[in-house]
Write a protein that binds this ligand. Structure first.
Ligand SMILES: Cc1cc2nc3c(=O)[nH]c(=O)nc-3n(C[C@H](O)[C@H](O)[C@H](O)COP(=O)(O)OP(=O)(O)OC[C@H]3O[C@@H](n4cnc5c(N)ncnc54)[C@H](O)[C@@H]3O)c2cc1C
Length: 418
């Protein structure tokens, strides 16, 4: 049994509220055991840190159960904290901001209520994870894409309400929400937009309504508990081209961002990009001690080694282009031309272009190994295999020959003896 209490409340107050919660959702869905609560704290915390500990977790299965929980909490003055999947790890997990609050966790409300292929949207309950929505869309047979964050275990609702992001053109998740159902702190239920009209059929396709819109009140706030959300889905594009750009010098970051802005505003890059430093990229494959065992920040020399040994640029950017094939080809040509203005920027392109860029990087770094990440996500397997084949048969032999020639070339006249 937990020993944590909400501020200013007694054990008797909490017990009375817990009895009310048990009556609402069933005793097995009210968690108070310290072992059960462990899952609902941020796993990155130190073991003994209990500043943001919950007193209990309640898991309703329906809107009516949730309304009963809110009513009980009001009756006993219990602070509530909401999570959907409650896996916002690294940002506090599902731990409450107010110590001793009761966590209302919505994992059991996990139905995909609708997938509309014609108008390209889904309607979900808060516990639906990205994995579950993906499976449901696949099972529906509609050629629609969902936009996911790096981890698929979180909920579509929790992520969008926290302004989460993904990588497709629909990657600003809050911008693709349409129509909410919300339990207010009073326990009342509201529906936003046309959802408020009885028999309204435009709830999840049209955001406005008569009078003011108030959907925004429920994003990054504690002003209501969202129980249903419409989310727009992206029709599968004819062509999807993921790409990487690497620049060899630290000073190239400014021009890289300027070029990216120009390409995004112009519509040539359609997905949400990510720019990685070599240290962030190396942390995916290796640990810090591999590069440096001293105190403080990594020295320049270690960062140079990461770039040359792992084959990353000094800055590395992931981007994507979506659309009909002819349009994607045209946009890719613009991307190549724009980044080509940064000397040594390595944009994935034809084998000859890649050869030239790797060799220029070799001029700068003198590296002996080159690592190329082909695709994170959805590039079809046969295309990945074809890219690997091109690297092996067309790029690597030429690069090896040229590097060997450079290494063994006689020193220029007048050069000091080694
Ligand atoms: C390694 C790693 C990589 C990550 N990558 C990404 C990424 O690429 N993009 C990204 O956006 N995030 C990322 N995250 C953060 C996080 O995992 C995701 O955002 C995840 O989708 C959060 O979902 P959740 O259901 O666990 O959120 P929850 O913990 O359930 O909710 C988050 C917050 O939203 C509010 N909330 C939740 N549900 C409701 C509701 N029904 N009504 C009202 N308010 C509610 C609450 O304040 C809650 O604390 C990453 C995390 C890690 C650890």
């Amino acid at each position: 049994m937990t020993s944590v209490l909400p501020t200013d409340l007694t054990v008797q107050d909490l017990d009375a509220a817990l009895d009310g919660f048990r009556a609402a959702v069933g005793a097995e869905h009210v968690l108070t055991d310290a072992e059960q609560l462990r899952e609902f704290r941020d796993p990155y915390w130190f073991a003994g840190w209990d500043d943001y500990e919950a007193s209990a977790v309640v898991q309703p299965e329906s809107v009516e159960e949730l309304q009963a929980i809110v009513q009980t909490a009001n009756d006993h003055g219990i602070p509530l904290w909401v999570s959907s999947q409650g896996r916002n790890n690294g940002y506090g997990g599902s731990s409450p901001r107010v110590r001793g609050a009761v966590v209302v966790n919505l994992r059991r409300m996990n139905r995909v209520l609708e997938i509309n292929g014609e108008s390209a949207y889904a309607v979900v309950e808060p516990g639906v994870s990205f994995f579950e929505l993906y499976e449901a869309v696949r099972a529906s047979g509609h050629r629609l894409w969902i936009s996911v964050p790096d981890l698929g275990w979180g909920s579509v609702v929790g992520n969008a309400l926290e302004y989460g992001v993904g990588y497709t053109p629909y990657g600003e998740h809050s911008a693709n929400v349409c129509g909410l159902e919300v339990v207010l702190p009073s326990g009342e239920l509201v529906r936003t937009g046309p959802g408020a009209i009885s028999n309204g059929r435009a709830w999840h396709v049209y955001r406005r309504s008569f009078g003011p819109s108030f959907d925004g009140l429920f994003f990054q706030s504690s002003l209501g508990i969202v129980t249903r959300m419409g989310v727009w889905l992206m029709p599968e594009p004819e062509c999807y081209l993921p790409g990487w750009v690497m620049v060899p010098r630290d000073d190239d970051l400014g021009p890289m961002v300027d070029t990216l802005r120009e390409l995004m505003l112009g519509g040539s890059i359609t997905g949400y990009p990510m720019i990685l430093s070599p240290v962030a990229a190396a942390s995916v494959f290796t640990d810090r001690a591999h590069w440096y065992q001293g105190e403080g920040v990594l020295p320049e020399e270690a960062i140079e080694r990461i770039c040359s040994e792992l084959g990353f640029g000094r800055w590395t950017m992931r981007f994507a282009i979506h659309g009909d094939e002819a349009i994607v080809d045209h946009r890719f040509a613009k991307v190549q031309e724009a980044f080509g203005r940064i000397r040594g920027a390595n944009v994935v392109g034809s084998p000859q272009e890649v050869i030239e860029k790797i060799l220029f990087q070799h001029e700068v770094f003198g590296h002996q190994r080159f690592l190329m990440q082909f695709s994170v996500g959805t590039l079809p397997h046969d295309r990945v295999m074809r890219a690997i084949e091109l690297y092996g048969t067309e790029v690597a032999p030429v690069v090896r020959r040229e590097v060997a020639r450079r290494t063994h070339a006689p020193a220029p006249e007048g050069a000091p003896a080694a």
